[in-house]
Each structure stands twice: as structure tokens, then as C-alpha cells.
Design a protein around this ligand. Structure first.
Ligand code: HEC
Length: 135
């Protein structure tokens, strides 16, 4: 068993607790692959979002949603680990949003791993702030 798998084993009863751990490079690497397969079409190759001029997302003139950036430029980091996990697993609370839940396609462990990946894109200052204040 490699290190991140054993850390996951310890915390598998709580994905939220797993999200409060520092990811290792292997977990980040695996998360990047999950991200590229499932998320990058909307959230951008580097997590820059669908429209870098609108990193917090929003609504286009024709009423469609803009996928927000996940790289620290948007406001994903204002959400607790619990809300981030729930959003990826269950989807947006807006029923007409293209952000549908991945619970039927990704295991909890994969959801944790992909969140750890996009958190690794955040500037260090934001990561520290999130870890200390936004549990
Ligand atoms: C079909 C396009 C699409 C795909 C694919 C997609 N998303 Fe989203 N995502 C969105 C949109 C649009 C929003 C904004 C939703 C809203 O406001 O209702 C969003 C919102 C989010 C948020 C909340 C961000 C914030 O700033 O509040 C997170 C976190 C997120 N997505 C993560 C992911 C992850 C991780 C994946 C891949 C596993 C993924 N998304 C795949 C379109 C997508």
C-alpha cells in the first residue's frame, strides 16, 4: 500500500477529514488525471474556468452558466471542505446548472483526490487561509 492509500485507509470513514490532510505528490498526480477526464472541459485545462474574465463564474447573456475557475482566482476556496465535497458528489444546488454530481461516476476517494488536486493549484496564502479558517 502506498502512503496516500494508507492515509485514505485511515480516514476512509470521513472524506472530509481526508480533505484536511496535506496531499502528497502522488495524490496530486492522480487527481490531475481525474480532473482532466471529468472537469477540464468546463473548468479549463489549468482550472482557470470557462471565461478567465469571469473567474467566479456567473451567467452568460443567453442564460447559460459559466463554469468558475477552481485555481484560486474564483471563490471555490470560500467553501468548506464539506461543501466542496458535496458540490462535486451531488452537484450544484441550482437544478438547471450544468454542474451535475459525480457520485454515480467517481468514488468518494476519487472525489477527495480531485479536490486535493485543484486545491494544490491555489496560491499558498489561500491554502493556508482555507486550512486554518474554513474547515
Ligand atoms: C458540464 C460542465 C461542468 C463539468 C464537467 C464540471 N463542472 Fe463544476 N461547475 C460547473 C458550473 C457551470 C459551475 C457553477 C455552478 C452553479 O453556480 O450552479 C460549477 C461549479 C463547481 C464548483 C463550485 C465552485 C464555486 O466557485 O462555487 C466546484 C467545486 C466544481 N464545480 C468542481 C468540479 C469538479 C471537481 C468537476 C469534475 C469532477 C466538475 N466541477 C465538472 C460546470 C461543470
Amino acid at each position: 500500500m502506498n502512503l496516500s492509500a494508507s492515509i485514505w485507509y485511515l480516514y476512509k470513514s470521513s472524506p472530509i477529514e481526508a480533505l484536511s490532510l496535506e496531499p502528497d505528490s502522488e495524490q496530486i498526480h492522480r487527481g490531475k488525471t481525474i480532473y482532466e477526464k471529468n472537469c477540464s472541459t468546463c473548468h479549463g485545462a489549468q482550472g482557470e474556468g470557462q471565461n478567465p474574465n469571469s473567474p467566479k463564474g456567473g451567467i452568460n447573456a443567453n442564460g447559460t452558466y459559466i463554469a468558475p475557475s477552481l485555481n484560486g482566482a474564483g471563490h471555490a476556496w470560500h467553501h468548506s471542505n464539506e461543501v466542496l465535497f458535496k458540490t462535486v458528489k451531488e452537484g450544484s444546488i441550482a437544478s438547471d446548472s450544468p454542474m451535475r454530481g459525480f457520485g454515480d461516476r467517481l468514488s468518494d476517494e476519487k472525489i477527495v483526490t480531485v479536490i486535493q488536486y485543484f486545491k494544490s493549484l491555489w496560491p499558498e496564502k489561500i491554502r493556508t487561509h482555507h486550512a486554518m479558517l474554513i474547515q
